[in-house]
Design a protein around this ligand. Structure first.
Ligand code: APR
Length: 232
């Protein structure tokens, strides 16, 4: 049985109405990432950071999965081997599309984290500087997402999956943020075939064996159909 490991980025949720980060009108062109996505920014102005993530939480809760999300869920269901989805996205659209056991390496908007004691809980729709931690009671709630300068989650499990992958696919990610951008080289070194599916070539496109360009809602279902046709 062949094992497939899939890395997804903001591009897979773009057609669900959630903005990407580095495209022309991307999130980081409107909000300096140093202010809203670093521990230093949170220490400087926690209200600003809460306001930014509260708005993203509301927006993500209203978004619906698109054909790319549902196609990956179908692949997980119908492929006669393991299909592991690792996402950099903090939305829940893979799960809403029917996928299971999604590895959220950058955390989730649905999660809250105590900046003092490290306790994690389900985030309320909005948080502010008075939101108490249910474990230590201190008003130190922060979004349960990974910021620049912080280590992504589940890295040991992800590298274990890459080491046993037969096929690695990166979907809708610009290849500018590590460690995720390095997964293609890791997978190649471990013997996997690699494919990039994206609107435009990523920064690491030359590391892939195969490329497919176009909107995710078109190229991902097509890729899944091709894989399922070949499964024999
Ligand atoms: N279909 C497929 N790909 C698309 C689409 C689409 N409809 N629209 C945009 N893209 C592609 C872009 O061409 C780009 O390569 O998605 C990619 C989005 O890149 P980024 O905005 O950099 O998002 P991502 O790679 O997920 O960012 C990685 O950076 O800021 C951090 O934590 C944040 O998880 C994020 C990480």
């Amino acid at each position: 049985m062949r094992k497939i490991v899939i890395l997804t980025g903001a591009g897979i949720s773009a057609e669900s109405g959630l903005g990407t980060f580095r495209d022309a009108d991307g999130i980081w062109t409107k909000y300096p990432l140093e202010d809203v996505a670093t521990p230093e920014g949170f220490a400087r102005d926690p209200e600003l950071v809460h306001t930014f993530y509260n708005a993203r939480r509301v927006q993500a809760a209203a978004a619906r999965p698109n054909a790319a999300h549902t196609a990956l869920a179908r692949l997980q269901r119908d492929w006669p081997g393991e299909v592991v989805i690792v996402t950099q996205n903090v939305d829940a659209l893979h799960e809403a599309g029917g996928a299971s056991d999604v590895i959220h390496m950058h955390g989730t908007l649905a999660g809250a984290l105590c900046a003092i004691c490290g306790h994690r809980w389900l985030a309320p729709e909005t948080m502010d500087t008075t939101t108490p931690c249910p474990a230590c009671a201190r008003p130190a709630a922060r979004p349960g997402v990974v910021w620049f300068g912080e280590m992504p989650y589940f890295m040991d499990a992800i590298y274990d999956h890459l080491a046993s992958a037969d096929l690695f696919a990166a979907i809708g990610t610009s290849g500018q943020v590590y460690p995720a951008a390095g997964f293609v080289q890791e997978a190649t070194a471990c013997g996997a075939r690699t494919v990039e599916l994206n609107l435009d070539p990523s920064a690491v496109v030359s590391n892939f064996d195969e490329t497919r360009f176009g909107p995710a809602s078109r190229i991902v279902p097509q890729w899944v159909c091709d894989l399922l046709d070949q499964r024999g």
